[in-house]
Design a protein around this ligand. Structure first.
Ligand code: CA
Length: 237
């Protein structure tokens, strides 16, 4: 057991906090909780958590304010917990630096999986040489970063430079949903009216080359209206 991670829950609904606390403690995490944005910011500074679970609907302010405030100085992973099913809220939170989101009502197993993934991702972010060498693997997909070559079930798939860049970017952040906007900025450096369409066309071509049928999410999950998520690296599980 090496998961003595400290998690800060910022959530005003007491029963959710209680359930979450019990669940997280059972999974070996240390838990601190706040019921308002203000209180959350205070506890964040005093406890220096490894991860934050953030409710967006807080009594004193929008949870987005908490997110924007801490993102000025910290890269601590934040998972947004929200009753809002509106895609725009999720996109806004992700673009403001949230690492992931879970929509209420959520399954505990799903949430714990997202927490593990976010913690693992933040650990990896400390190793920027990741794409310099090494191979990413998930469900039979292999990306050789050194050679910039991609294989599906040991067969090489020929990708364009742009397609490769998209895949490599998604894989470096595997397990995390990346918004259309974040991917576009990384790949093309600018965002115009046709960017989303261009990204979707590239993704469709990548899926075709990978032999994925429409609706199949073997390697890449399309989070509709939000962005894409690459399945996690097998070797880190
Ligand atoms: Ca709330």
């Amino acid at each position: 057991m090496n998961n003595k991670y400290r998690i800060l829950i910022v959530e005003d609904e007491k029963n959710i906090t209680q359930l979450l606390t019990a669940l997280l403690e059972t999974n070996g995490y240390q838990v601190v909780s706040a019921t308002s944005c203000q209180n959350g910011i205070m506890l964040f500074s005093s406890h220096n958590p490894d991860l934050v679970i953030l409710d967006l609907g807080l009594p004193d302010a929008d949870g987005m304010e908490f997110l924007k405030k801490i993102r000025k100085n910290y890269l601590t992973p934040v998972i947004v917990l929200s009753a809002r099913s509106d895609e725009r809220d999720k996109v806004e939170a992700l673009d403001a630096g949230a690492n992931d989101y879970v929509t209420k009502p959520f399954g505990f197993e799903e949430l714990v999986a997202r927490i593990r993934s976010a913690l693992r991702n933040s650990k990896n972010a400390a190793a920027p040489e990741k794409t310099a060498g090494g191979v990413f693997r998930t469900n039979g997909l292999a990306i050789d970063y050194g050679a910039r070559r991609v294989f599906v079930d040991e067969m090489e798939v020929k990708l364009t430079q742009t397609e490769y860049n998209i895949i490599a970017f998604l894989s470096v952040h595997s397990g995390k949903v990346l918004t259309y906007n974040a991917i576009i900025k990384e790949i093309w450096g600018y965002n115009d009216l046709n960017s989303t369409k261009r990204l979707q066309v590239n993704m469709a071509n990548i899926r075709k080359k990978f032999g994925e049928k429409p609706g199949q999410n073997k390697f890449i999950v399309n989070e509709l209206g939000i962005g894409y998520r690459m399945c996690e690296n097998d070797e880190e599980n």
